[in-house]
Design a protein around this ligand. Structure first.
Ligand SMILES: Cc1ncc(C[n+]2csc(CCOP(=O)(O)OP(=O)(O)O)c2C)c(N)n1
Ligand code: SF4
Ligand SMILES: [Mg+2]
Length: 343
């Protein structure tokens, strides 16, 4: 007799690619899209499709990766792809995973593990669709991955502030003025830990960067193989919205990690692992670069004066020096003293 009420289904066992030479040549996200030159959001689509392979269904919520990828009668997708409404990546993914299960149970389809991935932008995931993703994360029976590509704005509708836009940034909703230079005072939402701490049955949550493509693909493969609903947050430099020369896309992704703004980590079955340069920063083997190296390469921060850069740096320092898990969990270490000892 079953001792659990969770009706688990097998997943594909996608082992890590052991080096770039082992990565298959087949592409499932190819030419035929209209994203900007050096768009890192398009890059993660390509890596995600390659990592998942041919037995995969992708859903995508409204945003650049919907609009620029589905021009009339043209598409870069070589695997089944479906649009879902801006706030619905979570419910869309759950619905498709449930529908596949019913189709297989009734014998309409061969019974096999099929990857279900729903991507969303930061507007679709960190803001509008947060509730639907959260509800989906509480359903351990369904195997699916939500991948949030984060270009730090509502890019498709001309670069408006989203919940993940960085402090002080110049967007079409926060243009610096003569009276007020900093129009956006909020700090970026910390989305992966929100998913992690709020959904204890979720087996995999992590962050990735397209500047570390092999690692990004392997983390996606792990998330798809582990079972249940999983969540990955990817930072994607956006030449148009961040206002930089497209040649800098890759370098900005690296700088985000090396300055400590974008920590790389994965949480697998509740165990957290910092990886790459982030792990080296945490263990004192790599000194964080000053955040100005990252900020001043982007036109969206061109209005910053020294005080703004210092404030930004102080917030990054706080993430690394005061947080319970540096760069990840914003409970402050000082609070430890107030916690009564366990009996
Ligand atoms: C419910 C709803 N509100 C507004 C829109 C208009 N809209 C289309 S794409 C978009 C921006 C989405 O931003 P994000 O999810 O960050 O994706 P990005 O465009 O940055 O890739 C908006 C506001 C919409 N399609 N649906
Ligand atoms: S606006 Fe940004 S996210 Fe959208 S297609 Fe261009 S580079 Fe990519
Ligand atoms: Mg966006």
């Amino acid at each position: 007799m079953s001792t659990t009420f969770i009706d688990e289904k097998p997943t594909q066992n996608l082992e890590a690619f052991k080096g770039v030479k082992k990565v298959p040549h087949e592409e499932y996200y190819t030419s035929g899209h209209r994203t900007c030159q050096a768009c890192e959001s398009a890059q993660i689509m390509k890596l995600m499709a390659k990592a998942a392979g041919p037995r995969t269904i992708v859903l995508g919520s409204t945003g650049c990766m919907y609009v620029a990828n589905t021009s009339y009668y043209a598409t870069p997708w070589g695997i089944p792809w479906m649009h879902t409404q801006l706030g619905s990546s979570g419910s869309g993914a759950l619905g498709v995973a449930a529908a596949l299960r019913v189709q297989m149970r009734k014998g309409f389809m061969k019974d096999e593990p099929i990857n279900v991935i729903a991507f969303c932008g930061d507007g679709g995931g960190a803001d509008m669709g947060l509730g639907a993703i959260s509800a989906t994360m509480t359903h351990p029976d369904y195997n699916l991955l939500i991948l949030m590509y984060d270009n730090e704005s509502y890019a498709n509708t001309d670069i408006q502030i989203s919940g993940t836009s960085p402090y002080g940034v110049n967007t079409s909703f926060s243009t610096p003025g003569k009276v007020k230079r900093i129009m956006h005072h909020r700090w970026k939402k910390n989305v992966a830990p929100l998913m992690l701490v709020g959904h204890p049955t979720c087996k995999y949550v992590g962050t990735i960067s397209t500047s570390y493509p092999l690692q990004a693909m392997n983390n996606i493969r792990k998330a798809l193989s582990i079972g249940g609903p999983t969540f990955i947050h990817c930072l994607n430099p956006c030449p148009k919205g961040w206002d930089f020369d497209p040649v800098l896309s890759f370098e900005l992704g690296e700088l985000a990690v090396n300055t400590g703004i974008w920590p790389l980590y994965e949480v697998e079955n509740g165990k957290i692992k910092l990886y790459g340069k982030t792990e080296q920063i945490a263990n004192g083997r790599f000194k964080r670069l000053p955040v100005r190296d990252y900020l001043l390469k982007q036109g969206r921060f061109a209005h910053f004066v020294e005080d703004d850069i210092e404030y930004f740096q102080s917030k990054i320092d706080e993430m690394w020096n005061k947080w319970l898990v540096p760069g990840v969990i914003p409970l402050q270490k000082e609070l430890d003293a107030d916690v009564p000892p366990a009996n």
